[in-house]
Design a binder for this molecule. Structure first.
Ligand SMILES: [Zn+2]
Ligand SMILES: [Zn+2]
Length: 269
């Protein structure tokens, strides 16, 4: 598996960085786009063909989904790169209505994407946390890839996800979440933890609860899970990048980086 960071700016796009969007190229040739915030579709056009991507959502806050209606336009109407098959759309249970309203022509309408997507709802353990692997995790398939979810702590229906490629590599993405023991559990032994670190050091004590992680909390989860590599993401344009990095390093002694646009990460290498 290979991941290209299309955008990683937290909460909104910045002048040189789209909001959240991560392109996964799997060993069986499938493309999986994880989140599609503002600016991500433009960057996807630079890196790959938007007409042939599956879509996975951590949650449906605007900074993670607002380019989706335009992706649907591309897959339906592009003269040479329209979708030639239905792709999988895996996300929260509210996705069909939430995204359908964002794409509708009239207030009372809900656009039906079933012409281009199979809409599948995440299934996650309701109890736990349990260290991965465990029968409590539901397996979702996209091609040869296996995807698993655990509950995140965030104001809307949100998931942590683990993606396992047929080549044996594994990636865990936190989406947006406050600290939760489910994160280290689902990330157990993963090659890469792509983890939000919205807050750095200068935010200490001023953070709203039940929303996001700090760099320190990302580092704690990475250490507890024993992941091979930690990539910090979702730092807002006004964020404390260096503080988040220092915080993560206080707890995790493996390799830590801050995500930047166009960065390529290869889990397992
Ligand atoms: Zn966000
Ligand atoms: Zn969010």
């Amino acid at each position: 598996m290979e991941m290209t960071i299309l955008g990683c700016s937290g909460s909104l796009a910045s002048p040189d960085n789209a909001a959240s969007g991560y392109l996964l190229r799997m060993s069986d040739g499938q493309r999986i786009l994880v989140d599609i915030g503002p600016g991500v579709l433009a960057r996807l056009q630079v890196h790959d063909r938007p007409g042939d991507v599956h879509m996975v959502f951590s949650h449906l806050h605007p900074d993670h989904c607002l380019d989706f209606p335009s992706l649907a336009v591309w897959q339906r109407y592009h003269p040479t790169d329209a979708a030639t098959r239905r792709h999988t759309l895996l996300g929260p249970s509210i996705a069909p209505v939430h995204l359908g309203r964002a794409s509708a022509d009239r207030l009372e309408d809900v656009d039906d994407f079933s012409d281009i997507f199979d809409m599948v709802t995440w299934s996650a353990p309701t109890e736990g946390p349990v260290a991965f692997p465990d029968p409590a995790y539901t397996e979702h398939r996209i091609g040869d890839a296996r995807l698993y979810a655990a509950p995140a702590v965030h104001p809307t229906e949100s998931y942590l996800m683990r993606i396992e490629d047929a080549d044996g590599s594994s990636l865990v993405y936190s989406g947006d979440t406050a600290a939760t023991p489910h994160l280290a559990a689902v990330a157990t032994g993963a090659d890469v933890l792509l983890c939000e670190a919205t807050w750095g050091e200068r935010d200490n004590g001023n953070n709203p609860p039940q929303m996001h992680l700090s760099g320190e909390e990302a580092g704690q989860a990475a250490a507890e899970a024993g992941v091979g590599r930690l990539v910090l993401t979702h730092i807002p344009p006004w964020g404390d990048v260096e503080g988040a990095l220092r915080g993560a390093r206080r707890f995790y002694d493996g390799p830590v980086e801050v995500a930047v646009p166009d960065m390529v990460v290869t889990p397992g290498l």
